[in-house]
Design a protein. Structure first.
Length: 177
């Protein structure tokens, strides 16, 4: 079973919340930088299949990524996805029957449930724990740092999913017969 999602990395500041003393104003100068977009498939044992681009992630790119992944699997495999529009295009939904012939099954999470997609842990840890301030000096340095994390997942960087016992193991929910 693999959990799939896409994420982006850029030099633009992201502040989900903040505080300042009463009467003082905090200012952030808006700017736009290039963006590294990443498509990933992550298993509970930290096996990561990944594709990165500075272009837009669209349905066609997602289909090509899953087509390539389908050629690599050796057993029945489930990919868990959210309900992003690129996962529900007509082309994507038409491709699902072809993937099933190759023993690749798509399972969509309920809406508004990113907490059930384990790859979200990878994006969170990458952005808020493993990437350091000096990695944001330039887009090239940021790209190298992200690629280092993705390449060395399960070696230098590891997520222990055994700590997440409250997640249901969806493997038991599928009947392939």
């Amino acid at each position: 079973m693999y959990y799939g999602d896409q994420s982006g990395f850029c030099l633009d500041p992201y502040l989900p919340y903040g505080w300042q003393p009463k009467g003082e104003h905090v200012r952030i100068c808006p700017k736009k930088s290039k963006r590294l977009n990443v498509l990933g498939l992550l298993s509970r044992d930290n096996d990561l299949q990944v594709y990165s681009t500075t272009g837009t992630i669209c349905s066609d790119l997602m289909i090509a990524f899953l087509d390539d992944f389908a050629t690599q699997i050796t057993q029945k495999t489930v990919v868990v996805l959210d309900n992003a529009p690129i996962h529900h295009s007509e082309e994507f939904e038409n491709q699902m029957a072809i993937w099933q012939e190759k023993d690749l099954y798509i399972f969509f999470l309920p809406t508004y449930s990113p907490h059930l997609n384990l790859i979200e842990t990878l994006w969170r840890k990458s952005k808020y724990e493993w990437l350091k301030p000096h990695h944001y000096q330039s887009f090239e340095i940021l790209t190298q740092a992200v690629e280092n994390i993705l390449t060395n997942l399960a070696k230098e960087f590891k997520i222990d999913f055994s700590e997440l016992k409250h997640f249901i193991d969806c493997k038991t929910s599928f009947n392939f017969s």
